[in-house]
Design a protein around this ligand. Structure first.
Ligand SMILES: [Zn+2]
Length: 263
């Protein structure tokens, strides 16, 4: 029996469609606080102010939302990709990645060097803002500048519709296209690697199941146990960064030794 890290590396080299699925554990390793933990932002706000219906319904909800969103954006803006993000970006460069499906909204896969069309953001992204009326997109920084200058609930330049970060709020439906595509890619994958997700938030958490039912090997790298650990070929309970860095080194060694042609 090979060491788990070597076995995972070998599967990455020999599989045809490697899908990586990432969650909050990856963000916390880049210094982004878990907003739902005690003492977090949520303690200072009322969750009901952030339901999508309320955002649509009242200007005062929108103002409170933007106040909280501005506070939450500070650590996201400052965060840098960690070794796990960088390893996933390297996998794309080596043509060993079908796509990365993420529950994170921090844009770190893009910052790490993955291309836009390889990233499926199930919960949207905090790096952009969109108009709820005409869907015009803005850079987040541009809108944060306007807030700094005194706007409380910014509106669209074109149609005056309310602007909202392009993340999925409570009560807001999941992005249809991304979700469908993520299920599709999961079902076609032959190696499905979960990194830094406890696999409890639905519907995202059912994707490893879809992959597994269609014959994929399942690998889980997460600090804590997940409901799917029993189903996985390999489970590693540890930090994503060092684990992925180790796996990447092995992948490079194996590819360097002239393994079969990469599609
Ligand atoms: Zn608009």
């Amino acid at each position: 029996m090979k060491e788990p890290i070597e076995q995972i590396a070998e599967w990455i080299v020999t599989s045809m469609r490697v899908v990586v699925f990432t969650g909050a554990g990856l963000s916390t390793e880049s210094g982004i606080p878990d907003f739902r933990s005690p003492g977090g932002v949520w303690d200072r706000y009322h969750p009901e102010d952030f339901y999508f219906q309320n955002f649509l319904a009242s200007e005062s909800s929108r103002e409170k939302y933007w106040q909280m969103a501005t506070e939450m954006f500070e650590p996201i803006k400052k965060a840098r990709p960690n070794p796990a993000h960088l390893a996933i970006a390297e996998m794309e460069k080596m043509k060993r990645l079908d796509c990365v499906i993420t529950q994170n909204i921090d844009g770190l896969h893009l910052k790490a060097g993955n291309s836009n069309d390889k990233i499926l953001e199930l919960h949207g992204t905090a790096m952009f803002v969109s108009c709820l009326n005409c869907h015009k997109r803005y850079d987040r920084d541009t809108i944060q500048e306007r807030i700094k200058r005194g706007e409380k609930a910014p509106r669209c330049d074109d149609c005056r519709g309310p602007l909202k970060p392009a993340t999925i709020s409570f009560g807001q439906s999941m992005p249809e296209a991304e979700t469908q595509e993520a299920y599709h890619r999961s079902s076609l994958s032959d190696l499905f690697i979960v990194i830094g997700s406890s696999l409890v938030v639905q519907p995202a958490a059912s994707m490893p199941l879809v992959a597994k039912r269609n014959g994929a090997r399942l690998v889980i790298i997460n600090r804590d146990p997940t409901p799917y650990d029993d189903m996985a070929e390999i489970v590693l309970h540890g930090q994503a960064g060092p684990t992925m860095a180790g796996i990447l080194e092995m992948v490079k060694m194996k590819l360097g030794r002239g393994n079969p042609a990469i599609p």
